[in-house]
Design a protein around this ligand. Structure first.
Ligand code: NAP
Ligand code: 8YV
Length: 324
């Protein structure tokens, strides 16, 4: 779509602070109101009837109450594969398509999952501190760590990213098993019907399902007990998938060996008790956060908006929209 003049540019509301490499091309095609509903409610009241699109990130809230304020809303474009905080049934009821950015981030998220596995088992952040704080000099060699190559990996959610994690883990000579709501056709890895059954069979349990009600606190005390004192939990999915208080207790009491966490229940708040633990590696929800991948996500989010306003097929609608 070539850039329209000012008057004919559709109005878009952003619901998160977007990076400049998304905002700048967005402004070429649209009149962009940056988080106007939060920054200037009076101006938002006046402009809301003209807003035809919402765009935000994978963690953005798009409740039906916001949609109610936007009678001209035509599309919600999420720059992220997860969309658990978008009220998709409410959007579908209004005939408003929701799009997201699958696949373009698979490699990046899988890379970080493997990075967290290595970090927690080989204690790489602790080793870095050991050198910086001159502990090597004064105490000698660090205590021995845990071998990852050849260990048993369990994947909770063998979807696009889960499969990219499995492929990388094969390179480490790991054995792989998985769980999900369904056994997958054409997948040779052993399937376990529940996270608990899977956890009992593995050394590393990697969680990479969607968030939302269907998976809330699915990784609970029982699953952690099944993972056991030599097991590591890695969560690159959503904080809501893990029972965080139960995880903290399990880490404090040695019920599991450690955890690598990119996501948390109440981001960016991370419980003090978790931050004080030495057997965890924590990252700030950054699994897709490289220039290359965030650019690809921004390009796809924009492409969905442009396709919609050009009357062309959407590039990547969410499955619920496709299946409606
Ligand atoms: P996907 O291809 O849809 O895969 C999701 C997998 O989860 C599927 O294998 C699905 O299998 C399983 N699943 C869904 N609901 C489940 C349930 N209730 N219980 C058990 N398993 C369930 O999605 P993806 O592209 O791999 O992305 C997965 C998620 O990763 C996203 O939704 C997002 O939350 C998260 N993510 C996080 C980051 C980050 O920055 N940390 C970045 C990208 C994505 P079944 O249908 O057989 O259950
Ligand atoms: C980003 C994510 O944090 O894609 C997702 O579901 O969680 C991450 O890639 C986010 O979406 C960036 O907008």
């Amino acid at each position: 779509m070539s850039a329209p003049d000012n008057a004919s540019r559709p109005a878009v509301l952003t619901v998160v602070n977007l990076p400049s490499f998304y905002l700048e091309p967005l402004r070429k095609h649209f009149t962009v109101y940056e988080r106007l509903h939060e920054t200037d409610p009076d101006a938002f009241d006046k402009l809301a009837p003209s807003i035809r699109a919402i765009t935000g990130g994978g963690e953005s809230q798009v409740p039906s109450a916001l949609m109610d304020r936007l009678p001209a809303l035509e599309i919600i474009s999420i720059m992220g594969v997860g969309y658990d905080k978008v009220d998709v049934p409410a959007a579908i009821a209004r005939k408003v398509p929701v799009t997201h950015t699958p696949d373009v981030l698979n490699d990046e998220v899988a890379d970080l999952a493997l990075g967290l596995m290595l970090s927690v088992a080989r204690r790489i952040p602790q080793a870095d501190r050991y050198v910086r704080e001159s502990q090597w000099l004064h105490k000698g060699a660090m205590p021995l760590a845990r071998k990852m190559s050849g260990a048993r990996l369990g994947i909770v959610g063998l979807g696009r990213i889960g499969k990219a994690i499995a492929k990388r883990a094969e390179g480490f000579g790991m054995t792989i098993a998985y769980t999900g709501r369904n056994q997958q056709k054409g997948v040779a890895y052993p399937y376990h019907a529940t996270p608990k059954a899977l956890a009992a069979e593995v050394d590393f349990l990697v969680v990479i399902t969607p968030g939302g009600e269907g998976t809330r606190r699915m990784i609970n005390k029982e699953v952690l007990q099944a993972l056991g004192p030599r097991g590591y939990l890695i969560n690159v999915a959503r904080g809501t998938v893990v029972d965080e208080p139960a995880l903290i207790e399990a880490l404090q009491q040695g019920v599991i060996a450690g955890a690598g966490l990119d996501v948390f229940e109440n981001e960016p708040q991370v419980p003090q008790a978790l931050r004080e633990l030495d057997n965890v590696v924590l990252t700030p929800h950054m699994a897709s956060a490289t220039h290359e991948t965030r650019q690809a996500m921004a390009d796809l989010a924009l492409a969905n908006l442009l396709a919609h306003f050009a009357g062309k097929p959407l590039k990547s609608p969410v499955p619920e929209w496709r299946a409606r």
